[in-house]
Design a protein around this ligand. Structure first.
Ligand code: SAM
Ligand code: SF4
Length: 334
């Protein structure tokens, strides 16, 4: 029987997010600064071989869900090769229930087909506005058209599900909530609204206001009646709802207004090889140095188990003692 990763609060850890780069071709204002951003030196970034080796170790410890993220994962050179290697390694063995990737969609137009044939079947695309001008102000790139084209290509390739991640911002994209609901009803996309968290480079949380998930659901429900889906059998960060007329699904990830830390099953590996047991961790565990120094897999396992045991009880956003982590979302891997 596999050793399982179980923390001191009896939470079983089965989901790993791997950041493959801290670089990004967008500059979303709730994530990165507009100007020049300091990135890790390329030699600091885990190689594909290192990512594969650590993934094997995590899967050996019961992880059954891997999501690749970043920065922008699709700008990592040769990313389909990594997907192919992970898919070949884990899918035939039935070790992974889920291999997926989160992207801003800019490169999907060019890469969707290759990613799909490499073995990626599920993607999340971040898209916060359907208005070209607002999209450009938010991401600081005039690229809405290209992202929508990428989504079309991904849909044609057969990706399923395609989830759309929307960070809804008060007074900015508030008026687009129903447009996104219509997108969920007319396209084969699951739209999920995510609350803005204090993980931006510019420290503007508080000034930029998120819209609580419940308010979003009420707004949609008033026009397109919704009913909750039963998610008690599985851990989902998102609360899920279906349209009563059976025309699609909406999710809300209320990390700030209704934290789900008590049942969190996630850990993260940063692009430079640090294990983070919470998005808001103030400490991280270096896996890259011991690995590059040649420690055994058993020793790496021991390091991981010890770090996971000490996974934080939860984030402290609402407490006076809250300390924002040094890394922004793009450097952690959201
Ligand atoms: N670049 C890719 C993308 O945007 O999909 C993957 C990395 S991005 C950091 C992953 C997710 O984190 C995106 O859905 C993005 O909207 C979300 N995100 C970034 N900063 C955030 C913040 N401060 N609060 C909440 N979500 C955030
Ligand atoms: Fe880049 Fe994603 Fe952050 Fe936007 S949210 S700046 S696309 S990493």
């Amino acid at each position: 029987m596999k050793t399982q990763l179980i923390d001191n609060f009896n939470r079983k850890i089965t989901s790993l997010r791997i950041s493959v780069t801290d670089r990004c071709n967008f500059r979303c204002f709730y994530c990165m600064s507009e100007g020049e951003v300091e990135y890790y030196d390329r030699l600091e970034i885990l190689t594909f071989e290192e990512i594969k080796k650590l993934s094997e170790i995590f899967v050996g410890l019961g992880v059954d869900k891997i999501r690749l993220t970043g920065g922008e994962p699709l700008i990592r050179r040769d990313i389909p090769r990594l997907i192919r290697q992970l898919a070949h390694l884990f899918i035939p063995r039935g070790d992974l229930k889920d291999l997926s990737l989160t992207t801003n969609g800019f490169m999907l137009k060019d890469l969707a087909e290759e990613l799909y044939s490499a073995g990626l079947k599920r993607i999340n695309v971040s898209l916060d506005s359907l208005n070209p001008d607002k999209f450009a102000r938010l991401t600081r790139r005039d690229a809405l058209h290209r992202v929508l084209e990428g989504l079309d290509v991904a849909e044609k390739c057969g990706f399923s599900p395609i989830k759309i991640n929307v960070v809804a911002i008060r007074g900015f994209t508030e008026d687009e909530i129903l447009d996104f609901a219509r997108m969920a009803r007319t396209k084969p996309f699951v739209v999920r609204f995510i609350e803005f968290m204090p993980l931006d480079m510019d420290n503007r949380w508080g000034e930029i206001k998120f819209i609580p998930g419940e308010e979003i659901i009420d707004k949609i429900d008033a026009v397109y009646p919704l009913e909750p889906l039963d998610t008690s059998q599985n851990f989902y960060a998102a609360k899920r709802y279906r349209f009563k007329d059976d025309s699609g699904e909406i999710g809300i990830v209320s990390s700030v207004s209704e934290p789900f830390c008590g049942s969190c099953n996630r850990i993260r590996l940063t692009a430079d090889g640090k294990l983070r047991t919470c998005l808001f961790s103030l400490n991280e565990t270096d896996l890259k140095s011991p690995m590059r120094n040649g420690v055994s897999d058993e020793e790496l396992k021991r390091i991981i188990i010890k770090a996971v045991n000490n996974k934080e009880a939860g984030h402290k956003i609402h407490t006076t003692g809250f300390v924002k982590p040094k890394r922004s979302m793009s450097m952690i891997g959201g």
